[in-house]
Ligand binder design. Structure first.
Ligand code: C2E
Ligand code: MG
Ligand code: MG
Ligand code: MG
Length: 279
């Protein structure tokens, strides 16, 4: 009986796995088409100075509007894009569109210090990535300091020598660097020193249970003190409540991003916000 059950279980998993592989392949093909057929678009999430509340930047977040399935989130398609290599043309598109949008805002006289673009390991590992950054800046006429790239700790560690050479070239253009999801990877102190990011982004998982969770509070406090001692700024991700914001301010955090101050939104919505700040 147990054997029969085992066999059934096995068959069940096999069928499920086949379905998963087929799903992935199908999604990969649709994603390839999505890029050609303009189904991808960008949202922008405001980043604010924790003390003055001033807008210090916007993170660029990719979305996919599929004609049949509707809105597809990055957690579903970015891993597939990374595995298949599609992240390279896709990431190039994001970088270019983000810089062009930033240039449009600036041409409208809207003051936004920078846009932050997520960059995957596979993008950074390509030798022509530095050319792509240079091209995106040149085409949009954007000064380098208006662009920040966000990379995770694991991206830095994958091939540290290559990453370090690539980032040196990009930094020489004035482009800023932030370490995304900090604390969830290896959090190597040697790497922080070596890559000298401008900003450390404190992962949302350490923020969501503040101020009540004393361990998270200790971790966040330690990250902020370390960053300050190294001359880096900190930006807390996923700030949803005023209590979290107040607590982070007391700890000396420099910036916040999260639903409390703004969800990811379209370019017009950001422009309206900036316009209100100007007038
Ligand atoms: P991330 O770079 O850490 O981006 C932050 C994520 O947290 C975003 O999810 C954002 O919508 C979400 N978020 C922001 N504030 C809050 C909050 O207060 N509460 C909660 N619950 N969530 C909040 P999203 O847009 O789904 O993106 C997920 C991840 O997908 C990103 O994490 C990033 O790793 C990746 N991603 C998004 N766009 C791109 C892209 O253009 N290129 C690459 N390579 N990766 C991207
Ligand atoms: Mg990010
Ligand atoms: Mg993050
Ligand atoms: Mg992430």
């Amino acid at each position: 009986h147990a054997k029969a059950h085992g066999r059934n279980t096995f068959r069940f998993y096999t069928r499920e796995m086949n379905t998963q592989v087929a799903d992935r392949l199908q999604l990969e093909n649709r994603l390839r088409r999505a890029l050609e057929q303009d189904e991808l678009f960008l949202l922008f999430q405001p980043q604010h100075d924790i003390n003055s509340q001033a807008l210090i930047g916007c993170e660029v977040l990719l979305r996919w509007q599929d004609p049949t399935e509707g809105l597809i989130m990055p957690s579903r398609f970015i891993p597939i894009a990374e595995d298949s290599g599609l992240i390279v043309p896709l990431g190039r598109w994001v970088l270019r569109e983000a810089c062009l949008q930033m240039a449009r805002w600036r041409a409208q006289g809207l003051q936004l210090p920078k846009i932050a673009v997520n960059v995957s390991a596979r993008q950074l590992a390509r030798l022509d990535f530095t050319d792509e950054v240079r091209d995106a800046l040149q085409e949009s006429g954007l000064p380098g300091h208006c662009l920040e790239i966000e990379v995770t700790e694991s991206t830095l560690m994958e091939d540290a020598d290559l990453a370090s050479r690539q980032l040196a070239i990009i930094k020489a253009m004035g482009v800023r660097l932030s370490v995304d999801d900090f604390g969830t990877g290896y959090s190597s102190l040697a790497y922080l020193k070596r890559f000298a990011p401008d900003t450390i982004k404190i992962d949302r998982s350490f923020v969501s249970d503040l101020p009540g969770d004393s361990e998270d509070a200790a971790i966040v406090s330690a990250i902020i003190h370390l960053a300050r001692a190294l001359g880096m700024s900190t930006l807390a991700e996923g700030v949803e409540t005023m209590e979290q914001c107040d607590f982070l301010r007391q700890l000396g955090c420099s910036g916040i991003q999260g639903y409390l101050l703004g969800k990811p939104q379209d370019a017009n919505s950001i422009a309206r916000q900036l316009g209100e700040l100007v007038s």
